[in-house]
Design a binder for this molecule. Sequence first.
Ligand code: ASP
Length: 339
Amino acid sequence: MLDRRRFLRGSLLSSAALLLRKTSVAAPAELPLKSHPLVISTWEPNKKANAEAWKILGAGGSALDAVEAGVQVPEADPTDQSVGFGGLPDRDGKVTLDACIMNGNGDCGAVMFLEGIMHPIKVARLVMEKTPHVQLAGEGALQFALQNGFTVQNLLTPESEKAWKQWLLKADYDPMTIPKLLQQKNLKDGSGQQHNHDTIGMLALDAAGHLGGACTTSGMAYKLRGRIGDSPIIGAGLFVDNEVGAATSSGVGEEVVRICGSHTVVELMRHGRKPEAACREAVERIARKKGTAAKDIQVGFIAISNRGVIGAFALQKGFTYAVQSHDGVQVFEAKALFA
Ligand code: ASP
């Protein structure tokens, strides 16, 4: 019988700190950017994704188009083992992808447990725009993608297959987020820097003042086949409302789902909290429910108000986020409950 606590255990306390690079600085209490557009993403390496989104935002394009384009950067990057192509597989060796997209009017689309499609975010947008539904899963999501011109590709890279085979030697049933894996395997690039990161959640505010968000992931490594995390669940991994703001998450998805995390953050903002305070309150809610076990998991939220104020908060240190606006590119480390 599965040990439920092990199932839910995510990144270790200190593991996320491995992701930090010297470019990140402590987050301000709030960052009132003078002008929009702007785009923010979970995890420092997603500066690259922000840059892609900025090509659209900076030219006056829509937040929705920007986030859809931006998150395709890690989806197509084979060295990113937590999103899209090259993502670490489930315990059966299959790469299964989750993604969702939402605009500030409440239009949204999601795909989950999707296999063989390089850009699940594009399929999620089509679900939003071409169907009366908001979520498609598994075979049905694949069928819909194929009907809309997508082709199946092998998303399991030799590196991720090797990592999975290594995991199979023990096959501990312990689904893991990327920071924990990195800590265990000490994966480094040539410069000695950690080069991987987790799920991308991206939020944008466009020149017209409209919000959009996207979230995409291969989920926890070596998860049970069929497992779906928070990332493709509207209200959990992502929530956007032009009346208030937007939020997205990274970390142990089960804990985010339990408190409808991103929706909670936006609702707290609706009731007057600034983005960082709202993220903090959601994190504290998770911590209260988990008790001492909260110290063994990582969850982080980022948020943006419809006036361009951003904020973030995490359970553990090491949760970075990247911001791009007319003010330039900035990387912050979110404040954390457990220092
Ligand atoms: N939230 C993602 C999931 O639970 C994983 C992550 O962000 O690391 O699938």
